[in-house]
Design a protein around this ligand. Sequence first.
Ligand SMILES: [Zn+2]
Length: 118
Amino acid sequence: MQADDYQDSLKRSLDKKATPWKSGVPQKEPMTNCQSCGSSILDRNNWGTRKDGRLSETYCIFCYRNGIFTEPKLTMEEMGWRIHRLLVQQGNMNAREAASAIDRILPVLARWREGSET
Ligand SMILES: [Zn+2]
């Protein structure tokens, strides 16, 4: 994962009204957000890729490449802490607001919903 790119992606996510990060509720069309980290995907180039090279349209390029998660062992909790750190660093939210948003958003994303690794 390229941390700078990822952070940019999350920042764009925060800048957009429609994303769950700002409102604290999942948006109506969840497939515009990565179903692993929740960042919004505005540019098709930021979608992940399937094994056959087609775009995944489910996960972003930072989470999913060539049909596999870039960090397959990552847990929802670890993802939460990672995003939490980014959100607080950016100064968009204080620690409690960020934790609260993450608690609401991450569990509804496809990667974490079933409690499965795939
Ligand atoms: Zn992602």
